[in-house]
Design a protein around this ligand. Structure first.
Ligand code: NDP
Length: 311
């Protein structure tokens, strides 16, 4: 088993992890990035990205992440295709075990392990992913300008997505499996006030239907009496929650009730001094590549300062 001592170990290679790597490398460290199971993170499973600043035209998500990785490497970050399986936070330097059998010692750690959107788990959802099926209205809503879309879910995310889409789309249908929403009342009131949002209660999606051009309708089943209906739509946004990739940190670093890493507002320090966190493993509200990148930058600056004060 090989052992190295790292100044700054970054766990995760989405926009938070790679931005942290760029900043840490440019500050004179040679940070090690463990990519995790999905190198490049959630942007690698999207197509057109139009809201990441700096590009006149849409860029492809996988291309953007490849560029970010090359940028990090060019300024001195080291990238390893490995994932963390255990953390010992009670020793310093901290000890991390990886899937490939390595043990890495690290003076500071930046956790940027991200989150995964929950999906319905039906076959047609995968078939039309990127062709009318999305889990992010802010990312993909623009492609459905003046069209008719459905949003699935009854929580804060679903209601916020529906409200966002209602400003772009002709009509939004919120489809919820029960007859009441779990979203906050203030959001519910805004939703009910919108003229171009209608709600289909007590229904779930049985199948997403489409053709070579993408999604064109949904087959729904009533959760009350099992009756079937088909509605015409151009796009479907699944908003049934996200799961942060933080299980390996449970009982080691403070997590909230939804397993997101707890940091103070505007900070990246976790409950363990010397361990910082950034991006979607912390943030359940904004969840954007650009906000994750911003937090990655903050985490690198915080880690550098911590090393300067504690080493
Ligand atoms: P939630 O877990 O709160 O809600 C998920 C919704 O999806 C529920 O209504 C649930 O239905 C429904 N659902 C779950 N699985 C399925 C399924 N298989 N088929 C159909 N429907 C399903 O997730 P959110 O992403 O909305 O929110 C997560 C956390 O983030 C919450 O704590 C939320 O408050 C917070 N948040 C806060 C925001 C803010 O403050 N502005 C914005 C966004 C999120 P059911 O109700 O029947 O269980």
């Amino acid at each position: 088993m090989s052992t190295n001592i790292e100044n700054i170990l970054i766990i995760g290679s989405g926009s938070a992890g790679l931005t942290a790597a760029i900043y840490a490398a440019r500050a004179g460290f040679s940070p090690l990035v463990l990519t995790g199971i999905q190198p490049g993170g959630q942007l690698t499973i999207t197509t057109d990205v139009e809201n990441y600043p700096g590009f006149q035209d849409a860029v492809q998500g996988p291309w953007l992440m490849e560029q970010m990785q090359k940028q990090a490497e060019n300024v001195g970050a080291r990238i390893e295709y490995d994932l963390i399986v255990d953390l010992d936070k009670d020793v310093w330097p901290f000890k991390v075990k990886t899937d490939s059998g390595k043990e890495i010692q690290a003076e500071t750690i930046i956790i940027a392990t991200g989150a995964q959107a929950r999906w319905l788990g039906i076959e047609s959802e995968e078939k039309y992913n990127g062709k009318g099926v999305s889990a992010c209205a802010t990312c993909d809503g623009f492609f459905f300008k003046n069209k008719n879309v459905a949003v699935i879910g009854g929580g804060n995310t679903a209601v916020e997505e529906a409200l966002y889409l209602s400003n772009l789309c002709q009509n939004v249908t919120l489809i919820h499996r029960r007859d009441e929403l779990r979203a906050e009342k203030i959001l519910q009131n805004r939703l009910f006030d919108k003229k171009n949002i209608n709600i289909l209660w007590n229904n779930k999606v049985d199948e997403i239907l489409g053709d070579d051009f993408g999604v064109n309708s949904l087959k729904l089943i009533s959760t009350k009496d099992g009756s079937e209906t088909t509605i015409k739509i151009d796009g479907i946004f699944i908003a049934i929650g996200h799961d942060p990739s933080t299980l390996v940190f449970k009982n080691k670093i403070d997590l909230d009730q939804d397993n997101y890493i707890i940091t103070n507002l505007g900070e990246t320090a976790t409950s363990v001094p010397g361990i910082f966190a950034a991006g979607d493993c912390v943030d359940k509200i904004y969840r954007q590549a650009v906000t994750a990148a911003g937090m990655g930058c903050m985490a690198a600056l915080d880690a550098e300062k911590w090393l300067a004060n504690n080493k």
